[in-house]
Design a protein around this ligand. Sequence first.
Ligand SMILES: NC(=O)c1ccc[n+]([C@@H]2O[C@H](COP(=O)([O-])OP(=O)(O)OC[C@H]3O[C@@H](n4cnc5c(N)ncnc54)[C@H](O)[C@@H]3O)[C@@H](O)[C@H]2O)c1
Length: 547
Amino acid sequence: MASYSLSPSGEQFPLPGPDDDAREVQRLEALAAAARKEGQEVVVVMGVGFVGAVMAAIIADSVGAGGRPGKFVIGCQRPSARSYWKIPLLARGESPVKAEDPAVAPMIARCVLEKKTLVATHNSECLRLADCVVVDVQCDYSKRDLGNMRSGEAEMGALEATLRTIGEKIPPSCLVLIETTVAPGTTEFVAWPILKKAFAVRGIASDPLLAHSFERVMPGREYVRSIRDFWRVCSGCTAEARQRTVKFLGEVLNTRDYPLTVMDRPIESETTKIVENSYRATILAFLNEWSLFAERNGVDLIKVIKAIKVRPTHSNIIFPGPGVGGYCLPKDGGLGYWAYKHILGFEDQEQLFKITPTAIDTNDTRALHVAELARDALRNMGRYIAGAQILLCGASYREDVGDTRYSGSELVVRKLTEMGADLRVHDPYVDHWYELESQESYPAPGHSWARFFRNQGELSRIRVQHDLSEALSGVEALILAVRHKPYLDLEPEQVVRWAGGPLAVVDCFGILHDDRIRRYFELGCEVKALGRGHIQRIKEEVRSKRR
Ligand SMILES: NC(=O)c1ccc[n+]([C@@H]2O[C@H](COP(=O)([O-])OP(=O)(O)OC[C@H]3O[C@@H](n4cnc5c(N)ncnc54)[C@H](O)[C@@H]3O)[C@@H](O)[C@H]2O)c1
């Protein structure tokens, strides 16, 4: 086993040994005692990943009475080879997550180095010092098959282990606030029993104070605001837990401008999160069939959506692009489906759940159609996918962010690679596409989408390029996968010049205006697009003019 943990930038951090433990506990005790003297509450954030690291800083940056810091925060991360590096990084005042939001890095540096309200540790003994514990460890939904979420399952292991540790260590009066997106029923029927059992073993007579309030984080430039200045939903297992949660969130978030919604029971706030994201996944999936309809019947779905959006009641209709992606939408409905049987005990999940599984499965496989379009576009130019040089522009799941988790682009690359194409990737916001580069171990060993395709080995060599002219040199097909700003203004003349001749262009996200589509045809290119059947008409016009 590795004796160090490797950060994404390649820095090695030796894993702490048992000898370090006693010293670390003394250090934390001294820091917590000093904070208490200043009138600060001690908050432990368990899991300093994408959400936990920023939430920890937001709490540490909050102000209490007299404008002075009201909370002292300890970010805690288990010392695994995979994740330990986040602790020494955070301890230096550096963000363990790469965020487009310019507010993240200075806020973490300010809290760690200047205000000294944020520290990091691998040692869960810090839980003994806590007045409040915020749980931000992951609870994934892992799918066994591509396009069949019903055969998947919730991965409760990390969350359950964290809760057992919390139960063994926290003071009886400590509030435990689960912010992880969980399968409905988890807080009351999984977490609470774990804590109660641990309390019983310790001879504590009182009920653990347990609550739930989910995150609505949006990766991008508004990352901090999407946690701090945004509406929150919360609930507690008991009235006391609920009251403590309302007080705590009021002290650390902007609940004055964004009032809390307080639910009676945790299953209601848990279900809110799952339904919220299943709703979004469903309205996206619903457009997949109309996207194919449009392609086959001369309709431009982009214009259809624009026309519909004018109605205020329909203003949130959105084009699905090459699938949906992101961390939450592909998995959250699965947590609800799974919980109905495995936590809540019902056996008729097949009869009950029709729309949510179909939506997730549709979104999970939509990107495969992009490979068909690329194949057809090349064929119309007398070329083949096998052996073709193809450039994919946009690896992330959303425009103008570098978050590649479960992006449709990954499926496009994998499918085209399976069909024999030679792929290159450009993305201005992504430095490393870990889903490809580290496909043996990322997101976890055996969990890569590589398992659904053949001939994926070479993809670990792909490096994301940042110079578009260089990336385009000599390509036979260009796939515009994401609406990143630099792609919106690309002129066909320039693209053809950089490529060194006419090429096939596949637009996955309504990126090309009609005049640009026309220009590509005039230059001898072939154009295909998701949901844009009118392209055939433009092609005919250009051809008949030529004749
Ligand atoms: N990232 C998003 O965009 C987003 C948006 C909304 C909600 N959420 C939800 O927030 C939650 C956290 O997501 P994330 O993106 O931060 O996940 P993440 O994987 O980035 O972070 C989770 C962290 O918890 C750590 N961890 C696991 N077990 C632990 C243990 N026993 N003790 C201490 N640390 C442990 C992991 O090593 C990891 O660093 C999830 O429920 C997710 O669904 C995420």
